[in-house]
Ligand binder design. Structure first.
Ligand SMILES: [Zn+2]
Length: 565
């Protein structure tokens, strides 16, 4: 279907400052256009409904070896949630770690059209792209893990930013990567020796470099390469009481690298990095301090990592953190060391309302979302599946939009957590406009996806229509109605095609994979012979087999950037 007219909906398009205006949206050949001339077209009557750009998820672990190992580790996760085969869709399973097809269908049903896999071990890029290719309905991209890679640490330790940049540029091309991911910088290299780093000025064993130098170095690399997104940072000491200070130090350490009020760092799943206290007995929320800093600085964006009380599967490249979680939970555990590059750990986890720590974490996420005043600075995520599976987004939307919805959950949480929570003092409720920022426009802008997150002519025709009338429904009181609407989009439109109707998949589509291709100057290409030698010395695979070929990626979409390296 080449032409589509969406008539008379309440349009929320924050990147164009359109706030609940009743207007038509025209689509031609997969793109938004100004108007459609006469001739045959499909029309959707969106009267009394909300029209937004398709949802964009900046951080969700949906593909790759860690996700797949999680599936193998947790057969009990499969039978709880079965996706039956239909005429249009394939069967699948999995609640917190759904299979690839199920992942695509579930995002599409909620009106999401773009999802970022934020932790790709470069060595495992082929596996990541195999699964991304297998995930239908959505556009996607993957962030290579680079903060503990030897070929990054070596040049950064010598202050050779351009050499580090040349390697990062090569990796983006070779692994079909999109953004620089840092996870517990330096800590993962230390974990190879059963150790960790304690703060951002601790020394990384064998490399004589500090996390601060890695963060600053990769931030400079990011700027040199003109990558579309900022550095994407999982902080040191994540998940430990007292870590809000590490989080503040991390944001501060790149303050001087910012120009023109533009963000230079994204702190991901900030909830896990906003803990006060010196141990689990004195543990409490540090959300107020983090929010205060973010409110007064323009070089930072964040996402929440909101906890939901449910059974889930934690998985991160932060191997040493997963070891702590394993010791706390006494549950099953997978630990992995990826040669010269990174680590990973997986531990099943249940967030309980009755637990002081879990209830406080639930509160911290919402405190951050509500105390950070500018919705362009904090985006809705659960760090799927770490704080909860992404299928809980509609529930989180109600917590953001309704104090009453928050209070209903609040009444049932741990008593001590209740007494110390800041939530009763916070009256703020998100508007639909703010929600559109936190679930699509802000995320697309932060990712530098210029054709996503808005509805101006030329944008990808990725659109979500929700059956809720903002003139008649008060989300503060009628939050259940809002939750239902966001759980099952009335329509999801992907590249101009109706793929979901009334919450059901009506047309399976493939989606595209985005990656960044920085242009290297001739002289910088000499990195290749050195790398080939390094592969012989250190890797279990050959250089030639490491590189992900373009035909390995679905509907490849490379973004070329001009570099000064
Ligand atoms: Zn994550």
């Amino acid at each position: 279907m080449a032409r589509l007219l969406i008539k008379n909906g309440f349009v929320y398009d924050p990147l164009n400052k359109i706030n609940a205006e009743r207007m038509d949206i025209a689509v031609k050949d997969g793109k938004i256009v100004d108007t459609l001339d006469k001739g045959s077209k499909k029309t959707i009557d969106a009267s009394g409904m909300i029209v937004m750009p398709g949802g964009v998820d900046i951080h969700s672990h949906i593909a790759g070896p860690k996700v797949n190992a999680g599936r193998l580790l947790r057969p009990e996760d499969h039978y709880k949630d079965v996706e039956p085969k239909t005429e249009k869709t394939r069967a699948g399973v999995g609640r917190s770690i759904p299979s690839t097809f199920t992942t695509g269908y579930r995002y599409a049903r909620m009106g999401y059209t773009t999802v970022m896999e934020p932790a790709m071990p470069p060595l495992m890029a082929r596996h990541v792209h195999e699964e991304l290719t297998d995930t239908p309905m959505i556009d996607k991209a993957a962030f290579p893990l680079l903060s503990d890679c030897w070929f990054v640490l070596e040049p950064l330790q010598k202050g050779m930013i351009e050499d580090a940049a040349a390697y990062v540029a090569w990796t983006m091309k070779a692994t079909k990567g999109y953004a620089i991911k840092l996870v517990n910088p330096g800590g993962l290299e230390a974990w190879g020796f059963g150790r960790n780093v304690r703060n951002i000025d601790d020394t990384v064993p064998n490399f004589g470099i500090t996390p601060r130098e890695i963060i600053q170095g990769l931030c400079k690399v990011n700027q040199l390469l003109h990558l579309p997104h900022t550095i994407h940072v999982h902080t040191n000491n994540l998940g430990k009481p007292g870590n809000y200070e590490t989080c503040l130090e991390t944001m501060k350490c790149v303050e001087n690298l910012a120009h023109d009020n533009k963000p230079v760092i994204h702190i991901t799943h900030c909830q896990f990095s906003s803990f006060k206290g010196s141990d689990w007995r004195t543990f409490e929320s540090g959300a107020e301090e983090i929010a205060k800093y973010v409110n007064s600085h323009s070089h930072v964006t964040t996402d929440i990592g909101q906890v939901v009380f449910t059974d889930t599967t934690t998985m991160t490249a932060d191997g040493p953190f997963q070891f702590i979680l394993y010791q706390l939970s006494h549950n099953k555990w997978i630990n992995n060391d990826v040669e010269t590059e990174t680590t990973a750990g997986i531990v099943p986890f249940k967030y309980k309302r009755s637990s002081y720590a879990h209830a406080t974490q639930w509160s911290i996420g919402l405190e951050l979302a509500l105390l950070i005043e500018d919705p362009w600075k904090i985006y809705m995520t659960t760090d799927h599946p770490n704080a909860a599976p992404f299928i809980f987004y509609p529930k989180i939307i109600t917590w953001l939009m309704s104090k009453k919805a928050r209070e209903r959950t609040f009444r049932k949480i741990n008593e001590r957590a209740k007494h110390r929570s800041l939530l009763p003092t916070i009256d703020r409720e998100y508007t639909f406009y703010e929600l559109a920022i936190a679930t699509r426009a802000g995320q697309a802008r932060s990712l530098g996806l210029s054709a996503k997150g808005h509805l101006s002519p030329g944008a990808d025709a990725d659109i979500a229509i929700y059956d809720v009338n903002p003139e008649q429904i008060d989300p503060s009181r009628q939050f259940r109605r809002v939750r239902r609407a966001f759980k099952k989009a009335a329509y999801t439109i992907k590249d101009g095609q109706i793929v979901v109707k009334d919450g059901e998949i009506v047309k399976p589509v493939e989606g595209r994979t985005f990656w960044v291709e920085p242009e290297l100057s001739e002289s910088r290409m000499e990195i290749t012979p050195r790398l080939m030698k390094a592969f012989e010395d250190y890797y279990t695979v050959q250089y030639e087999n490491y590189i992900v070929p373009e035909h390995h990626v679905t509907n490849p979409h490379s973004i070329q950037v001009k570099t000064e390296v």
